[in-house]
Write a protein that binds this ligand. Structure first.
Ligand SMILES: C[S@@+](CC[C@H](N)C(=O)[O-])C[C@H]1O[C@@H](n2cnc3c(N)ncnc32)[C@H](O)[C@@H]1O
Length: 506
């Protein structure tokens, strides 16, 4: 057992986050053409199928993020550096399967017809399209970490040139931005280039195209996705065969040309303008790309915390964040704050998924350095994907002291505190900070700020927890980085009427 109440576990299964006593999120948003036909009445539909490419029964790779030291029940263990096991979002990759057969089945399903599982309720005010991403500004060229930049291409010669033969492939995203470079090398990199390219192509087909436009991509026998899957499957058998490498590259070029035509015709911008919500598989894919490029190569930095302090490190995973923040009803015109934001994972997800103004505060230097790296890569990725996130503000320092964070808290609609490892003293100080929150603000936490069984009495009328009404939720596997086990979380609502109600009854 560990501090967070479970065992560290490398192999994980898909998250099934279920919450009790809290309202259900609304249902999926249809594809762009369907949005025009049904307008907002479709909000009440609930997703019944997994996002295309995700199989609930498919084992996922380990997040490899900060995990629990099972040898010491009171300590979290910092993450090990492992190729393809370092991102908390990694297990959520859109899965094209580990062998050819799975891929073929996957593509034969016409995912254009599948319902998409969406991350929460549809927010009709949310504008998804990023104008800059479709402008000619800067020629669409900007700083980003290409997959090829972190790719292993063999030993280097004395001129520092990589000596392993490889083919570089360039991928067009659904925007007017630059293409991303991937080196087709396999087995040692953090990123599997073919798997990621296939996942992106599939998400773009599902999210950015109308059913009619998607036919050329997801037609089961000869569609562009099918060509990509076939080329990848053959390449997997002989990953260094130059002809097969060129064959995969040529399939990507075909995909690029078709997407570029749709961008030039204005179809992508039109479709994005008709959409107000992103499916969770796309959010996970984008966040995973950011984490893999900005954090995974330096993930060892997160090991450097002092055990038994408030700085014990662990991360909430995208499924949990999506579920818990959806329960709060977070919207694009609202403000979110993460107190103790680590590498900024929750802050970035809130800005991407909900489009809200999103704040974080973190005091550990290494985590804040990685958070800045993530924020920069996040901006680049949002531009590549053509998506406008909410404003992101990452503060360095102590959230008990930071004036900027106190100001943000005063206007916050939702606050998240991953306080599972916080000392009782810090949790107590946080309750005092909550006195300044606006009425109705929701606080998501892993430990409740209101003691179990607590009741308002005439002797505790001055206790600040009297202003909090709490609901308890449950999370299951794949929700947090330090354990595969489930647990509980809490959503407290600042409710200034509670004391008056009590007084009226007594
Ligand atoms: C368990 S991590 C959570 C990271 C991220 N919020 C998540 O849930 O994925 C908690 C973080 O809170 C930070 N922290 C603890 N006390 C803090 C304080 N007073 N001010 C700023 N950060 C603090 C720790 O350094 C640690 O990185």
């Amino acid at each position: 057992m560990n501090l967070f109440g479970g065992k560290s576990n490398i192999k994980r299964v898909q998250a099934v986050v279920r919450t009790v006593r809290v309202a259900d999120p609304k249902g999926p948003e249809p594809r762009p053409s369907a949005v025009r036909q049904h307008s907002q009445t479709t909000q009440t539909h609930r997703a019944t199928a997994s996002p295309a490419g995700e199989s609930p029964s498919t084992p996922r790779s380990s997040p490899g993020t900060p995990s629990v030291d099972t040898a010491d029940s009171s300590r979290l263990r910092a993450p090990k550096r492992r190729a393809r096991r370092t991102s908390p979002a990694k297990q959520d990759r859109v899965n094209f399967g580990s062998d050819g057969d799975e891929d073929e089945e996957d593509t034969d399903d016409n995912h254009a017809r599948k319902k998409q599982k969406l991350a929460g309720s549809i927010d009709s005010k949310r504008q998804l399209r990023q104008k800059q991403a479709f402008s000619e500004e800067d020629g669409g060229v900007f700083d980003m970490i290409h997959a090829a930049n972190i790719s292993f291409v063999g030993k280097r010669n004395k001129n520092s040139e990589p000596v392993t033969e490889h083919v570089t492939v360039k991928l067009q995203y659904p925007s007017s931005s630059q293409q991303e470079s991937y080196n087709l090398v396999f087995g040692r990199d953090l990123i599997d280039p073919c798997k990621e390219i296939l996942a992106i192509a599939k998400i773009v087909t599902e999210v950015y195209l109308t059913p009619d436009q998607a036919i050329a991509f997801d037609e089961p026998n000869s569609g562009i996705l099918r060509q990509l899957v076939k080329a990848r499957n053959i390449l997997k058998k002989e990953p260094t065969n130059p002809d097969l490498l060129e064959n995969f590259k040529s399939a990507v070029d075909t995909y690029n040309k078709s997407i570029t035509n749709l961008i030039k015709e204005g179809a992508i911008t039109k479709n994005l303008d008709n959409r107000h919500h992103l499916p969770l598989n796309m959010i996970r894919c984008m966040l995973r790309q950011v984490y893999d490029r900005a954090v995974s190569p330096r993930v060892d930095l997160l090991k450097q915390y002092e055990n038994g302090t408030d700085n014990v490190y662990g991360e909430l995973l995208p499924n949990f964040i999506s579920e818990a923040l959806s329960k709060t009803g977070l919207k694009s015109d609202q403000v979110f704050v993460d107190l103790g934001s680590g590498v900024g994972n929750v802050v970035l997800q809130a800005a991407l998924e909900f489009g809200c103004e999103s704040w974080g505060c973190e005091m550990m230097k290494n985590a804040t350095d990685l958070a800045d790296a993530q924020a920069s890569e996040f901006n680049a990725r949002c531009r590549l994907w053509g998506i406008q996130p909410g404003e992101v503000h990452l503060e360095r320092g102590d959230f008990l002291e930071s004036q900027a964070i106190h100001e943000a808290m005063k206007k916050a609609d939702v606050i998240l505190v991953n306080n599972q490892a916080f000392t009782p003293d810090l949790n107590q100080k946080l309750v005092q900070l909550f006195l300044d929150l606006k009425d109705g603000c929701k606080i998501v936490s892993l430990k409740s700020f209101v003691p179990d069984g607590y009741k308002i009495t005439s002797r505790n009328l001055g206790n600040p927890v009297n202003l909090l009404s709490v609901q308890k939720g449950e999370y299951y596997s794949e929700s947090v980085s330090w354990t595969d086990a489930g647990g509980t979380y809490f959503i407290a609502t600042k409710d200034e009427k509670r004391l008056k109600k009590w007084a009226d009854q007594h």
